[in-house]
Design a protein around this ligand. Structure first.
Ligand code: TYD
Ligand code: MG
Length: 399
């Protein structure tokens, strides 16, 4: 059951003087000059080169991931920003700015009433509006509490309306609830022009901003940030950062190349195997999907004759990055085999390939781009071409 605002049917009748026009496609004017840079290069590239007039952007992520930090930084670097503090007080935002060591000016407005915010935007006509967060806003027509689907949807609708009317870019911050369903943001995805997911492991420095929807740009760009003492810093070369502490020529460490959007990134996969003292040996995955790990372990046991049934297996992706790209399968398999056989991989080899249930190594998309990135960091790529089965790859690469 979702609460909605009831409209008086009588108020609808007056809509007889319709004003909307029909355009010929060829006559529609396109204004490409209106892009405004946010001042955060990584964010701009995810947005497709900056924000467009009237663009509504939803920034969704778990609490504590750095959404407020990022948008405060945007507020400081962009002209004419109105920052709506629904969650924190203006003092708290000012304290954060002080901690960031930031210079710059913006307008802070403490309010959780969507209509009040709309009227302030109309009055103030800011160049950019940031609302932190949509889950704290309410409209008085509804009785539901802040954060309920009805309130979130209605508040966002009214704010998006004023953004479109005044051609003001609008950032809405939305929290993902613990269950992973974004009780707020999910219901807004169709209402906004752009949805950015802010991801990362808490306690780890690396953050990835990904566009999952963008009406004004590509969705295959990602922005990479590092959370530091003085805020979020764009990371132009994440591969270098992720591999900077790697110890070479040690069993259990293998480099893989993932594609984040269009961007190839080198990651280090670490594995440790140990004789188990349990009836059910442990399988622990950090940074990769548990089901994926279990599948790869089964493939290794069955297709590559590794007797892993008596071993605890731990797999970790360093740097706190989460991998969804299947192209890293081969690297995971090699890391486990390397740890189990206590043989290290040649120091300059990066593995790329998806591993199937038959133990075959399959090609993955964007191989050229991955090879190029690997080369830049001094790695040569072992892929499906250099070993058709995972067993052959293990024989060939681990000596
Ligand atoms: P925040 O932006 O408040 O998260 P969100 O708005 O997504 O809930 O950032 C939360 C974390 O970031 C907090 O635990 C402290 C940390 N942080 C830093 O490490 N350095 C900084 O400069 C700032 C401002 C925050
Ligand atoms: Mg916040």
């Amino acid at each position: 059951m979702v609460e909605t605002v009831e409209e008086d049917p009588k108020s609808k009748v007056k809509s007889q003087n319709f004003k909307s026009k029909i355009y010929k496609l060829s006559e529609v004017k396109i204004d490409e000059t209106g892009r405004v840079k946010t001042g955060e290069g990584e964010l701009d590239s995810v947005l497709g080169g900056g924000v467009v007039a009237g663009m509504v952007v939803l920034v969704a992520g778990e609490p504590g991931i750095g959404k407020s930090t990022l948008l405060t930084q945007v507020g400081l670097r962009t002209k004419d920003v109105l920052y709506v503090c629904g969650e924190e007080s203006a003092t708290q935002v000012a304290l954060r700015v002080k901690r960031l060591g930031g210079k710059g000016e913006m307008l802070l407005f403490e309010s959780t009433d969507a209509d009040e915010i709309v009227s302030k935007i109309e009055e103030q006509k800011p160049g950019l509006v940031i609302v932190d967060s949509i889950q704290t806003l309410t409209v008085s027509d509804l009785s539901g509490t802040a954060g309920s689907v009805g309130q979130v949807r209605e508040s966002a609708g009214r704010l998006a309306g004023v953004a479109k009317r005044l051609n003001t870019p609008l950032f809405l911050i939305g929290h993902i609830t613990k269950e992973g369903s974004i009780a707020g943001p999910r219901v807004l995805e169709h209402m906004v022009d752009c949805v950015l997911w802010f991801e990362g492991e808490r306690g780890q420095a690396l953050r990835v901003v990904r566009a999952v929807k963008n009406r004004f740009g590509p969705t295959d760009e990602v922005g990479v940030f590092e959370m530091t003492e003085t805020g979020l810093v764009g990371v132009a070369d994440p591969s270098h950062m992720l591999l900077s502490e790697r110890v070479k020529n040690v069993p259990g460490s293998v480099v893989g190349v993932i594609l984040e959007g269009r961007r190839p990134i080198l990651v280090e996969i670490q594995a440790l195997t140990n004789l188990t003292n349990m009836v059910m040996p442990r399988r622990v995955a950090t940074g990769i999907d548990m089901a994926r790990l279990q599948m790869l372990v089964a493939v290794l046991a069955r297709r590559a004759n590794l007797h892993l049934e008596g071993a605890d297996i731990f797999v970790n992706v360093t740097g706190g990055i989460r991998l969804a790209d299947r192209g890293v399968d081969l690297a995971i398999c090699l890391a486990i085999a390397s740890a189990f056989l206590n043989k290290s991989l040649a120091g300059d080899v990066a593995a790329v390939g998806e591993v199937g249930l038959l133990g075959e190594v399959r090609k993955v998309g964007g191989l050229e781009r991955r090879v190029r990135e690997a080369k830049k960091l001094g790695y040569r790529v072992a892929s499906a071409e250099s070993g058709k089965s995972v067993e052959a790859a293990i024989k060939k690469l681990l000596s």
